[in-house]
Design a protein around this ligand. Structure first.
Ligand code: AHR
Length: 501
C-alpha cells in the first residue's frame, strides 16, 4: 500500500484560474468548423456562426481564458481586415497553415462575443512581425476605449458601444521562430517599444505578456530579465510534449508502442525542470517574483492523422494525452507561486484538443475530462502533497509512477488529483489528510471520479462511432479512520477525490 499525504499546513498560495486556460488559432479546423460555422447553414446549432454545442461543452469546464488568433498565425494577422460587416471584410491566404483561404469572417468581434458566451477572459496576441506599433495600439483602443473617444469610433460603428476591456495582450509570438530569428536583445527592445505605446487605463490595467523561451533556451530568459526586469507582467514559455527529441519524428497519436508511451510521459515531466530553471533565472533579477511565467503553449504534438491535411495538425486523443494533461496540471498547481497562466494547444480539432468535430458531430476527448475532473482547483489554495512513488524504467525512459496535487476551496472542501502512470499495475493508496480544518476524530466524507481506458488501456480514445468509450466513472473511496482514505487506481488512470469538511 503506497502513501499519499495532503498537508494542509503548507501551501504555495492560490492557484491562478488562468492555469486552466486554452488556445485557439486560425489553424486547420480550430476556428472554421470548430468554434465557428457559416451562419447561413442550418445543420449545426449556432448563433452568429458561433457553435452552441462547442460553447456548451466548454462552459462545463469553467474555462478562465482563451488565447487568440495565434500562434504563428498572429504574425500575419491584420485585425482591421476582420472587423465590420462580413461582406466588406478582406480575405487573405493563411500562408502559415496550409495556404488556405481565410475569409476573416471570424474576427475580433466574434472572438470577444465567444469569450463573453464562455464567460472567460480574452487573451489577444499582437502582431509584432508584419504589423507595427500603431496597428497594435489601435487594436487595444478599438477593444478598450470608452465610446465617444477617438479610437473607439470603429467599434461603435460596428455596433459595440461598450468597451470590452481586454486585459491580456501578448506582445508578439515566438520571435525566435518561423524564420524571424530575432535575438533576445533585439526582441527585448521591440517589446519595450510596443508595450509602452499601449494605452493602459488605471481602472482596467493591461497585462502584457512578453515572448519567452522555447523549451530550455535559458539564455533567452536571462537576457529578457536583464534588459526588461519588471517592465513585463508575464513572460511566456512554449514547450510541446512528444515521444522523440527529433522534431521530424513525432510518432502516431494512436497505436503507439509502450516505449512511445513512456517516452511521452517522461517528456511531460520535463515541464517541471523547465519551470524550476526558468523561474530561478527570473528570480535573480526579480526577487519579489512580480513577473510570472505564462506557459501559453503546451500539450502533445504527434503526427497528423492519415488522410488529413498535414498542415492542419489534426490528431486523435487517447488516455496517454489525458495523462500528459494530468501531469502538467498537477505540476502547474504545485508551481502556482511562479506560473500564473497556461494555455493548452489547441481547444478544438488541433493538436491536444478537448473537442473534435466532424460536420455536425462533436466528441469530447479524454483530455476534456481531465479539465472537468480538475476544475475545482481553479482559484483554490494549493496544498502541499507528498506521494510515495516508484521509478518506472522502460528502455531509455524513466519517470515516477504517480503524479499528484491538492487544493482547498473556499468552502473548505479538498480536491486531490492523482495519475497512475504505470500501464501494467494498479496502485493501492492510503491517503492521509492533515491540517485541512477537520476535527482529528472526523471521518472524512469523500467521493471520487475516475478516468481510465478500461480494457483498452492507455491507447483508448473516443471516436465518432463510439464517442463515449472514455468518460469519467465513479471511484470507490473508503474512509479508513480519521483523516484517512483508501483508493485503488487502475493502470494508466486519473482520479479526482473530493473531500468535504
Ligand atoms: O500551436 C501550433 C504552433 O506552435 C503555434 O502557431 C506556434 O506558436 C508554435 O510554434
Amino acid at each position: 500500500m503506497r502513501r499519499v499525504l495532503v498537508n494542509g499546513h503548507r501551501s504555495k498560495g492560490q492557484i491562478n484560474r488562468n492555469l486552466y486556460g486554452h488556445f485557439a488559432e486560425h489553424l486547420g479546423r480550430c476556428i472554421y468548423g470548430g468554434f465557428y460555422v457559416d451562419p447561413g447553414q442550418t445543420e449545426i446549432p449556432q448563433q452568429g456562426g458561433l457553435r452552441l454545442d462547442v460553447i456548451q461543452a466548454l462552459k462545463q469546464l469553467d474555462i478562465p481564458l482563451l488565447r487568440w488568433p495565434g500562434g504563428s498565425f498572429a504574425d500575419t494577422y491584420h485585425w482591421q481586415d476582420g472587423v465590420g460587416p462580413k461582406t466588406s471584410r478582406r480575405p487573405m491566404i493563411n500562408a502559415v497553415w496550409g495556404g488556405t483561404l481565410e475569409t476573416n469572417h471570424f474576427g475580433t468581434q466574434e472572438f470577444l462575443e465567444l469569450c463573453q458566451r464562455l464567460g472567460c477572459e480574452p487573451y489577444i496576441t499582437g502582431n509584432t512581425a508584419s504589423g507595427d506599433i500603431q496597428e497594435l495600439k489601435a487594436w487595444v483602443d478599438f477593444c478598450n476605449l470608452p465610446a465617444g473617444l477617438p479610437g473607439a469610433e470603429l467599434r461603435t460603428a460596428c455596433g459595440y458601444p461598450e468597451p470590452w476591456h481586454v486585459r491580456y495582450w501578448g506582445i508578439g509570438n515566438e520571435p525566435w521562430g518561423g524564420g524571424k530569428a530575432s535575438d533576445a536583445r533585439f526582441y527585448a527592445l521591440q517589446y519595450r517599444q510596443f508595450a509602452r505605446f499601449l494605452r493602459s487605463d488605471p481602472q482596467h490595467p493591461l497585462c502584457r505578456v512578453a515572448c519567452g523561451a522555447s523549451v530550455d533556451d535559458y539564455s533567452w530568459t536571462q537576457v529578457m530579465m536583464q534588459e526588461l526586469g519588471t517592465e513585463m507582467d508575464l513572460l511566456s514559455l512554449h514547450y510541446y510534449t512528444r515521444p522523440y527529441k527529433d522534431w521530424g519524428q513525432k510518432g502516431p497519436a494512436t497505436g503507439f508502442s509502450r516505449q512511445e508511451y513512456y517516452n511521452t510521459l517522461e517528456n511531460a515531466f520535463y515541464m517541471d525542470e523547465l519551470i524550476e530553471n526558468h523561474s530561478r533565472i527570473m528570480r535573480q533579477y526579480d526577487p519579489a517574483s512580480k513577473v510570472r511565467l505564462a506557459v501559453d503553449e503546451w500539450g502533445t504534438w504527434f503526427a497528423p492523422e492519415a488522410a488529413t491535411n498535414p498542415a492542419f495538425l489534426y490528431q486523435q486523443n487517447t488516455m496517454r494525452d489525458a495523462l500528459v494533461a494530468a501531469i502538467h496540471l498537477n505540476l502547474f498547481n504545485n508551481h502556482c507561486d511562479t506560473v500564473a497562466m497556461a494555455n493548452l494547444a489547441q481547444t478544438v480539432n488541433v493538436l491536444q484538443a478537448l473537442i473534435l468535430t466532424d460536420g455536425p458531430r462533436l466528441l469530447l476527448t479524454p483530455t476534456y475530462y481531465v479539465f472537468l475532473l480538475f476544475k475545482a482547483h481553479q482559484a483554490a489554495r494549493q496544498l502541499e502533497t507528498f506521494a510515495e512513488t516508484q521509478l518506472i524504467s522502460h528502455g531509455d525512459a524513466s519517470l515516477p509512477d504517480l503524479s499528484a496535487s491538492a487544493s482547498q476551496s473556499e468552502d473548505g472542501s479538498v480536491l486531490l488529483t492523482l495519475a497512475n502512470l504505470d500501464d501494467q499495475n494498479s496502485q493501492d493508496l492510503t491517503i492521509y489528510l492533515d491540517g485541512i480544518g477537520a476535527s482529528p476524530l472526523h471521518l472524512p466524507q469523500a467521493g471520487g471520479a475516475l478516468l481510465s481506458g478500461g480494457l483498452r488501456g492507455a491507447g483508448a480514445y473516443n471516436c465518432f462511432e463510439q464517442p463515449e468509450r472514455v468518460k469519467p466513472e465513479q471511484l470507490a473511496v473508503t474512509s479508513a479512520g480519521p483523516g484517512k482514505l483508501i483508493v485503488r487506481l487502475p493502470e494508466s488512470s486519473i482520479a479526482a477525490i473530493r473531500v468535504a469538511l
